[in-house]
Design a protein around this ligand. Structure first.
Ligand SMILES: Nc1ncnc2c1ncn2[C@@H]1O[C@H](COP(=O)(O)OP(=O)(O)OP(=O)(O)O)[C@@H](O)[C@H]1O
Length: 632
């Protein structure tokens, strides 16, 4: 039988890279088709074209020609990735062409320059201080649009009533009956959001981003005098539902009279997605909001950010919220990380010195360090990074910081020191994780049998087993099976996930806007007093209950991928660290996994793997973080 993933027409280099699964059949077909249309037959150029297509699939916006061999790829396996015997493929052994020859070929190629066969010019070769970048034309144009619109929005600052702003900041940021001690980065962030058309509120989990957003809305409502139309959006339905709940609760707590209309939805919904990929709101028909807050912006792709910026009125405030150190969007782009890394070009808004001068100048204290030069630089670009963790344990915070900053020795020292918040066990040392899996399942099941949905949901958040991979021996499938065996052995009942049972942990895998249950939502099957089984999901104060058969796409979840866990936190988290050869094992992956834990994080793996992960950063190529790029 023909393997559908092998390109039948490819020869030479393209075929070799396709056989090694570095390129998919689709990557090869696109490159060959473009080559035929443009009259380009040079193998290294066609390989670079296919790799540029592949780069987008792997999350990069472009291909960095001087790093063509260190191409960041997602997992590629020797077999089906669900096979336990599958191994990641080593791409270093492939016959990579000389980088200079590729660049020279591209500079003369009709694919880049346009050719006699018509106006087709599908590739852009771009010069940057970091070397040459190869773009698919569409992504180059999107990146240029994002850059242009952000720069235009940064040209002017909105008018503000400074006296009112100062008073409101004093009233909203208080501790023990007085304004909080400077420096308070939350106050600073709120002031930046109130005084800039676009602002970025960056910070890890529990650093008070939502707390600050609610206060930003109160400040803007105070400035406006009229009822404020606020659009709350997130890339996923789950994140949007959570944002609405937490912002509404916080806004209400600050001032139930605050004049704001809150509407939370996915970005797709906000933009009015229509079948066929058209959007109701666009450059010619702007969104009606006075303020737009985007949460979990780290998961927003370049394409979506481009659509959003085109659809936003120039005078609408935009507050982009998220954690730039987490795993980025599945689609191409890492816009939030780029905006935080990007050198600011404008001048600091002088209003800031007048309203939050104390925060800018104050020396550091035990809770918050003083502002450094790089913080001041970011301020000029409307970016504030919150650093004071309010939710999780300080040791977990130190561990996450050491991972984020790429300090393997410090990470290992914290892990080896152990303590209440951190444990580090070998890949075959399963006693502790088994204990947590069994205890969590027993507690969830007891609450589910008693019909207590709220308790069952709370218990289900007491421990979560996270893996990098879906397949292979470090993957979700393997650990889920093992967990079910442990639970069955401990309870004396064989679990049968093909039927609903009380205490069954659920993971929703598709959005359902009618029931308001979204992809990534987790729930539990609970037995009601009348004996009927219902699926329970956490929604505000009261769990949301529905018959499990109404769930269109759902799985039993005893282990989940780290990607899936984004946006959620658990009391204890066990992280299965894959072998050091895994291409998924990166700093961002470990940081995301560790920051899911509030009280205890257990790392299951070897020292070599942890060191390898901390040392490897996801390099998503993009020109947005650079001050300037120039098309050849
Ligand atoms: N300045 C503050 N004073 C007192 N409590 C605070 C302050 N800032 C945040 N908190 C509390 O800390 C917790 C975490 O805050 P918040 O939910 O705003 O963080 P977050 O950064 O939005 O987290 P996540 O990324 O997980 O959504 C909340 O219980 C919040 O009420």
């Amino acid at each position: 039988m023909t393997d559908a993933r092998v390109a039948q027409r490819g020869k030479g280099l393209l075929r070799t890279f396709n056989d090694a699964k570095m390129l998919s059949a689709a990557d090869v077909h696109v490159a060959l088709r473009l080559g035929t249309l443009a009259g380009e037959h040079d193998e290294p150029v066609l390989l670079a074209t296919a790799l540029a297509v592949r780069a987008v699939r792997s999350g990069s916006v472009c291909l960095e020609l001087n790093k063509i061999r260190d191409f960041p790829v997602e997992e590629i396996w020797t077999g089906d990735d669900a096979d336990e015997g599958a191994e990641p493929i080593d791409t270093a052994t492939l016959p990579w062409p000389d980088e200079a020859a590729v660049a020279a070929g591209l500079r003369a190629s009709p694919l880049v320059l346009g050719g006699p066969n018509g106006p087709l010019r599908p590739l852009r070769l771009v010069e940057s201080p970091e070397g040459e970048l190869l773009y698919l034309d569409r992504y180059f144009r999107q990146e240029q649009t994002v850059r242009k619109l952000l720069d235009e929005r940064a040209q002017t600052h909105p008018d503000v009533d400074e006296v009112r702003l100062r008073e409101d900041l004093d009233a909203l940021f208080r501790e023990n009956g007085a304004p909080t001690r400077a420096p308070d980065r939350q106050r600073l962030a709120a002031a930046v959001a109130a005084t800039h058309c676009t602002s970025v509120l960056a910070g890890g989990p529990g650093t008070g981003k939502t707390h600050t957003v609610a206060r930003v809305l109160a400040l803007l409502a105070g400035q406006s005098g009229e009822r404020l139309r606020v659009g709350l959006a997130a890339p996923t339905g789950k994140a949007a539902a959570r944002l609405q709940e937490s912002v509404a609760a916080q806004t209400n707590a600050i001032d139930p009279e605050t004049k704001t209309d809150l509407a939370a939805m996915t970005l797709h919904r906000m933009l009015g997605w229509r079948p066929g990929g058209k959007y109701r709101y666009n450059a010619g028909n702007h969104l009606p909001y006075d303020v737009i807050v985007v949460d979990e912006t780290s998961m927003v792709s370049l394409t979506m950010m481009c659509r959003l910026l085109e659809a936003v009125r120039p005078d609408t405030r935009m507050v982009l919220v998220g954690d730039p150190d987490q795993l980025a969007s599945v689609d191409a782009g890492a816009v939030l990380a780029d905006l935080v890394a990007r050198p600011a070009t404008g001048a600091e808004n002088p209003v800031l010195a007048r309203v939050v001068g104390a925060d800018l100048a104050a020396p550091g204290n035990d809770d918050e360090p003083a502002l450094r030069g790089e913080d001041r630089d970011r301020l000029r670009g409307g970016v504030v990074r919150l650093s004071r963790g309010r939710r999780f344990n300080a040791t977990i915070g130190r561990l996450a910081d050491a991972v984020r900053d790429g300090l393997p020795d410090e990470v290992i020292a914290i892990l080896r020191a152990g303590g209440d918040a951190v444990s580090f066990v070998g890949p075959d040392d399963w006693d502790a994780v088994r204990g947590d899996v069994v205890a969590t399942s027993a507690a969830v099941t007891a609450a589910a049998l008693a019909g207590n949905a709220a308790a069952a949901l709370k218990q289900s958040e007491s421990h979560r087993l996270l893996c990098a991979h879906r397949g292979g021996q470090y993957g979700v499938s393997w650990w889920a099976r093992r967990s079910m065996e442990w639970v069955s052995e401990a309870s004396g009942h064989a679990l049968d996930p093909s039927r609903w049972y009380p205490g069954q942990p659920l993971l929703v895998t598709a959005n359902d806007h009618d029931t308001k249950i979204y992809n990534g939502d987790t729930g539990v099957v609970v037995r009601r007093a009348d004996g009927e089984l219902v699926a329970a999901f956490a929604r505000g104060d009261e769990p949301f209950l529905l018959h499990p058969s109404r769930l269109a796409a759902v799985q039993t979840v005893y282990a989940m991928t780290i990607h899936r866990s984004q946006g959620s936190q658990y009391d204890t988290v066990s992280v299965v660290v894959p072998g050091e050869e895994s291409s998924l094992l990166t700093r961002e992956l470990l940081y995301t996994a560790i920051t899911r834990a509030q009280n205890h994080v257990r790392i299951i793996g070897t020292e070599e793997s942890v060191r390898a992960g901390v040392s490897k950063q996801v390099l998503r190529a993009s020109g947005l973080q650079l001050a300037e790029v120039r098309s050849v």
